[in-house]
Design a protein around this ligand. Sequence first.
Ligand code: PMP
Length: 397
Amino acid sequence: MRDAVGFLRAEYDELVRADLDWKLRVLAGPSAPWCDIDGKRVLMFCSNNYLGLSNHPKVKAAAVAAVQSHGAGSGSVRPIAGTMDLHVELERRLARFKQAEASLVYQTGFATNAGLIPQLAGDGDLIVSDELNHGSIIDGVRLSKADKAVYKHGDAADLARVLDQAEAHAPAYRRLLVITDGVFSMDGDIAPLDKIAKLGRDHGAMVYVDDAHGEGVLGDGGRGIVSHFGLSRDEVQVEMGTFSKAFGVVGGHISGSRDLVNFAYNKSRTWLLSGSHPPAVAAACLAAVDVLEHEPEHVERLWSHTRRFKKAMAALGFDLGRSETPITPVIVGESRSAKALSQRLYELGVFALPIVFPMVAKDKARIRTIMNAALSEDDVQFAIAAFEKAGRELKLI
Ligand code: PMP
């Protein structure tokens, strides 16, 4: 008899043996600067809640009020009976914030990439993707029937080579789509979007940027990477993002032309076929956009903490890779070292998880730290002191 389910246990056991299974850490309470994680009070140093908005009084109050006024759920998918005034207002306000003609909100960032990318390019088209793009982009690309090509990470010259080759393809490609992360989540480096946009213009390619880690961080008042480079919507046609990081809630989104949004919501299967955000989520996202518009000090604080942390860590002799943003990897080499450092940091009161092979190269295991505007200067100093102590004990510096 065939064993229908034996693989479940076998494959899990194999992950455990290789120490590659996810050991879930549990927060009792909010994602705040100081958290209770697995029963210990620690400084949160690896959440994507860059600006502390998940815990902002206005954002929380908006969620509570929306439950009272609109209920717990939306009742449907957006195209049937699940579009509420809150969803429409959120899209209007997001477009204003992004200085775009229109915005569209999806359930998550993953659902955005997986739902939209395969509609933008199909049979007879070519998608060109940075080799280190996020998994949700990779899955979106996989769902497309287009030809696929990859260029070297952050390398505009290599992208030019790939696009030149594409010009010679017979029969000629109908459409070219170039996709890149804005800020790369493992290294904290910024895509050369200005150069990519120019290549897009030269080759008649559509440019799609996933700004999940750039919004709330880069650009004027945290408006993101398109603002950071001062680019226009004609040069970067799709600016994609998420409400799950700096905005502190959950949800994906795109901003661009009205044509893009009309196309996207009529075609993206994830948007059409999956329930819409509960009112509390839409209202909390709306409040988060409002906070970003009116309280730019959170973004300034994020950067002042980031500069301080990077400077002190570099002076201590840590390898911070090529980071240019509040994502600061502390690269220590072998997986074993990264795990030991993370464990020691936890004991010392700092929560920052290791990123190891196969997520990064074997000799580039790291602790990925993410700065947070809600920390105090003393908190940042506390983290630096913990890294110094653990780093010396483990002979990493
Ligand atoms: N793109 C990037 C670059 C991301 O880092 C993430 C989240 N890890 C996503 C997309 C997915 O966003 P969401 O959490 O909203 O699904």
